[in-house]
Design a protein around this ligand. Structure first.
Ligand code: PLP
Length: 393
């Protein structure tokens, strides 16, 4: 019998998709399901963006295009991403990819050798841990601690985890799944660690503009950071384009060159006509972005109020992303659950409420005792949020 590659033993996945499968199977049997599990958006892509995509197909933009992206999109991305972060980028810094996810893999391919260590947030987007290990590196988690307003990075722990073998930090401000956002001091402290230890940084900015108040800041704008940071940018969340698969890396030129060659090896190019939709998204009217944020904010307020009305459950109101990460330890204890997975599957089969748990976002760390679930409100309307969380209560 032929064998598969050994490295597959180290490949993880985004297990949130298995929760989606269980929810779909339950729904197919005729049951009501309240989908709080996936960070997908049930608001359609704006008509001007869809029209631009259709027009590009009709105009024949269906062949190959340059590996790092069409010049018009690279230029629009350099302008938009640079101006919102106070940094000057040129199109040569931009490599267009099929969403934000491939930036994670290609960043690691570019900077990490097998056996080297990469720090990553845990709980965090599960693909970090999976790809570091798959590519032969060692995934070194850094953790968050609860505060009165949400969560903060444990700076002492991250500092103590750096060794001569550490090559990079993955940093996800406006964080999935816990919606944590760094203070300026925390961001500065992470930047100083990267500079002091000469580390690369992947700044995952997937939710940079999914925020309800104020403006986001990028670690890249801190002096000494632009030359060591790769930004992960995506159209998925800001423009409700998750299925169109469009994003990019913004990187120092030498790294951008490498990322571009990796892109050519893997994909030749990102779908040509989708890139024209990206140009329209960035250069066209922006009112649909605010409209979507208004909808999400109403959902957030409804969901937070209901979660906080459940005895023993509490969540701080996040200013960004579309996730709530309530502590359910007390509720589980009261109801006699020891495994959060059992709590989640009973919630689905008894109330129809489907959600991910802490276990879907990286391996549980030693000494970690609290139990959490993640409720995504990007794919569910306000009346269903009310019904679903009412049933959960
Ligand atoms: N980074 C974070 C933190 C995410 O939550 C996601 C998607 O949920 C991604 C990256 C990847 O997004 P996409 O590949 O759809 O652009």
């Amino acid at each position: 019998m032929q064998q598969l590659a050994h490295r597959l033993e180290r490949l993880g996945t985004e297990t949130a998709f298995s929760v989606a499968q269980a929810a779909a199977a339950w729904k197919a049997k005729g049951n009501l399901v309240y989908p709080f599990h996936l960070g997908d958006i049930n608001i359609p892509t704006a008509p001007n963006i869809v029209e631009a995509m259709n027009r590009a197909i009709a105009d024949g933009y269906t062949g190959y295009c340059p590996g790092p992206g069409i010049p018009q999109l690279r230029e629009a991305l350099a302008d938009d991403i640079g101006s919102r972060r106070g940094i000057e980028f040129s199109p040569e810094n931009v490599v267009v990819m099929t969403g934000g996810k491939p930036v994670i893999t290609k960043f690691l391919q570019a900077v990490m050798n097998p056996g080297q260590e990469v720090l990553y947030p845990n709980p965090g987007f599960p693909i970090y841990e999976s790809q570091i290990e798959y590519l032969g590196g060692t995934a070194v988690p850094y953790r968050y601690v609860p505060t009165s307003t949400g969560f903060a990075i444990d700076l002492e722990q991250i500092r103590a985890s750096i060794t001569p073998n550490t090559v990079a930090i993955i940093y996800n401000d406006l964080q999935n799944p816990i919606s944590a956002e760094s203070t300026a001091a925390e961001r500065e402290a992470i930047a100083q660690l990267a500079i002091e230890h000469d580390l690369w940084v992947l700044s995952d900015e997937a939710y940079f503009e999914t925020r309800y108040e104020g403006v986001s800041s990028s670690i890249t704008s801190i002096p000494g950071m632009a030359e060591r940071t790769v930004i992960l940018y995506t159209f998925s969340k800001k423009f409700a384009m998750t299925g169109s698969r469009l994003g990019c890396a913004v990187a120092p030129r030498e790294i951008a060159q490498v990322l571009s060659t990796l892109n050519t090896n893997d994909e030749s190019c990102t779908t040509h006509y989708v890139q024209w939709a990206g140009v329209e998204a960035l250069r066209g009217p922006q009112d649909s972005v605010q409209h979507m944020l208004d909808i999400l904010q109403t959902r957030r307020d409804t969901a937070c109020e209901l979660v906080n009305s459940i005895p023993g459950m509490h969540v701080a109101v996040p200013q960004s992303t579309f996730y709530l990460f309530p502590d359910v330890t007390e509720v589980m204890e009261r109801m006699g659950y020891t495994a959060v997975g059992d709590f989640a599957s009973d919630a689905l089969y008894k109330t129809g409420v489907s959600f991910c748990t802490r276990e879907h976002f990286g391996r549980r760390l030693p000494g970690e005792e609290r139990q959490y679930i993640r409720l995504a409100y990007s794919g569910i309307e306000v009346p269903d949020i009310r019904d679903g969380l009412g049933r959960l209560r």
